[in-house]
Each structure stands twice: as C-alpha cells, then as structure tokens.
Design a protein around this ligand. Sequence first.
Ligand SMILES: Cc1cc2nc3c(=O)[nH]c(=O)nc-3n(C[C@H](O)[C@H](O)[C@H](O)COP(=O)(O)OP(=O)(O)OC[C@H]3O[C@@H](n4cnc5c(N)ncnc54)[C@H](O)[C@@H]3O)c2cc1C
Length: 337
Amino acid sequence: MNLTAHNTLRIAARADQVLQIDSEAALAEISQQLGQQPRCILGSGSNVVLHAPIPATVLLSQIKGRHIRPQGVLVAGAGENWHEVVMWSLAQGYGGLENLALIPGTVGAAPVQNIGAYGVEISERLINLTAWDFQSRQLHTFSKAECGFAYRHSIFKDPALQGPWNQPRFFITQVQLQLAPIAKAEVNIGYGDLKAAFAGHSNPPSPMEVADAVMAIRRRKLPDPAEIGNVGSFFKNPIISNVQAKNLRLLHPDLPQYPLTDHGSDQCKISAAWLIERCGFKGARRGDVGVHQGHALVLVNHGDGTGREILALAHEIQQAVVARFGVFLEPEPVFMP
Ligand SMILES: Cc1cc2nc3c(=O)[nH]c(=O)nc-3n(C[C@H](O)[C@H](O)[C@H](O)COP(=O)(O)OP(=O)(O)OC[C@H]3O[C@@H](n4cnc5c(N)ncnc54)[C@H](O)[C@@H]3O)c2cc1C
C-alpha cells in the first residue's frame, strides 16, 4: 500500500501491509497474530521521513475517545487529533494546552518526542500514559518520570527500546494530562513572538486568547503541509556548552542563544535556523526537495521528492554547519525504516 496520504512530507513510500488500530483489544489481537514479524507505528506521519519501502506491517494509531474527569484530568485516546483535543479542552473550560495549539499529529505521538512550542512541553502536563508492550503482550502504565522526557525526546524515541530499524516495543494507547479550570489557569506568554503579541496588555490574556495568538503566529510563520509537504522543524536546536557558546558569540554576535537554567548552568540552546540560514540554505532547492523560502529549519517536498533526497539534503546541511560552526545538527523527525 502507498503511504503518501499517511505522511505530511508526502513521500510515496510503500508498506507491505497497513492495519488500523482502533482499540486496545484490536491491538492485543494483532500483536498475537504478528508475533515477531516486523511492525511500525504511524499516527498522522507529521514527524517521520519514509525513505524506502517499508518491509513491515504499519499499525495506524486510531484509538479514539476523550473526556475530562473531575479535578481537570483529561483522558484521551492515542488516535485523537492533538489540535482538536486542545481546542475541545479549552471549550470545556480548561486551560493548560493553549501554547501547543495547531501542532499537527495525534495524541499518542505527542509524548514520543515530548512536543513543545512557545515555552511549554507536553511533559509539563502529563500525569501518565498507557502503552501496549509488544514484548510482554500487556498494557503498562508509565508515570511521567518513567517516560524519560527531555527536549524533543522520551524513552519511546530511545533506540535501546526499539527493535531492528526502529521497530517500536511500545504502542501508546491513552494519555492523561493535568489541566486547570480556565479561571485558575496560569498562562505562559514569556516566549518570543507570543511575548510580543501581548506586549502592552495590562491584564494577562485568557488561555483562549493565548491559543488564538499561537495559531495566528504559526499560520504566519510555518508552511501548511496541506500546501507543501513538510514535517515542521527538521533539526533540533543544538544544546552546547556555555564555553562553546561564548566562543561562537565572539565570532557571531547575532547568533541567537537561550540559556538553559533547568539543565544546569553550563549549557545553552542555540538557533538551528540561524546556523542553516548563515550557510546559505534558506530557499535552496535540490531537484524536488529543498529548504523552505521563509523558514530555514523546514525541509520541503516540492512534488515528487523522495525520502532519500530529503536525507541527502539533510546530510548536506549537517556537513556545512559542522564545517562552518563546529556544531552538529540532530534531526527531529524519525527515519523509517
Ligand atoms: C507544520 C508542522 C509543525 C510542527 N510543529 C511542531 C512543534 O511546534 N512542536 C513539536 O514538538 N513538533 C512539531 N511538529 C512535529 C509533529 O507535529 C509532532 O512530532 C507530532 O507529535 C507527530 O504526531 P504524528 O501523529 O504525526 O506522529 P507520526 O509522525 O506518525 O509518528 C512520529 C513517531 O511517533 C511514533 N508513534 C506515533 N504514534 C505512536 C503511538 N501511538 N505509540 C507509540 N509510538 C507512536 C511513530 O512510530 C514515530 O516514531 C510539527 C510538524 C509539522 C508538519
């Protein structure tokens, strides 16, 4: 089966077999049938690069269902659309997810890379999640601490927990998040464009107003995958030592740097987009793939680009950035297979 409609880069990779997983019971049954046969998991495909035919069964994450328990505990099935859940929770009178509005993808994939935007990561709201373990063939509940969250990372992205070519051990089925009633919700508007959007306001905005501002900023800045294939940011912002950052600042005073107070005092995050733009890649094109005109961090498929071409361009960018700045850019999406 062709997977073009199942990945936002719109790569035309094929898979041996595609199965829809719409309940935990279906997952248990399919797990039994598949045994040790190769498998992989896809949500909306907004954070994957499919770069060859997939010699495996693709399990589509489609477990639905959402409700909010007393005390503001949101329970959502892995196959729910993330943005719809964010907007629904606000409409139900609960804040907490507004900074993460309009991030594409499913609820189940959100903890995999600890999605984050405008100063908030899902790990800050997560209570626990439930996942099917293909090894023990049982459901397992992971506390927040057990998920091993870091910047765009969790244990579910950890190669040690994967089989050959990223074969996943765990299928996340449900996520529980702690929200706050809107009247008590504390909004976070301290980050970049969001701070600017509310500069001069005397009263703090409501969570809904924050969501509206986030959506307006994202629509202005990020290319819509419905119009041009992409997976959002292709590289993580590098985290480097303060010593290396200081040396870089001497040579490049305008390199954006963000001190990491919560990661110890000796590290800071720098802008991957700035590094790529300075190497002259913004708007570059290699055949049918390229770097977006307006955003140097976004690689795009102009039409018939292949996963292999995307990887070649990513590699070219990594080499240029290392050669010029001595900094390695780590890709954010997952490569399959
Ligand atoms: C325009 C655009 C903007 C973006 N902006 C942001 C942003 O601001 N912040 C951010 O963090 N990300 C961003 N992303 C990346 C992406 O939206 C997120 O990573 C999202 O969580 C991926 O969801 P998905 O359902 O598409 O996952 P997929 O791409 O289908 O899968 C991603 C990974 O998760 C695994 N996976 C999926 N579902 C499950 C499951 N149920 N159990 C176990 N593993 C699973 C897959 O096997 C794969 O390894 C953006 C992407 C795009 C296209």
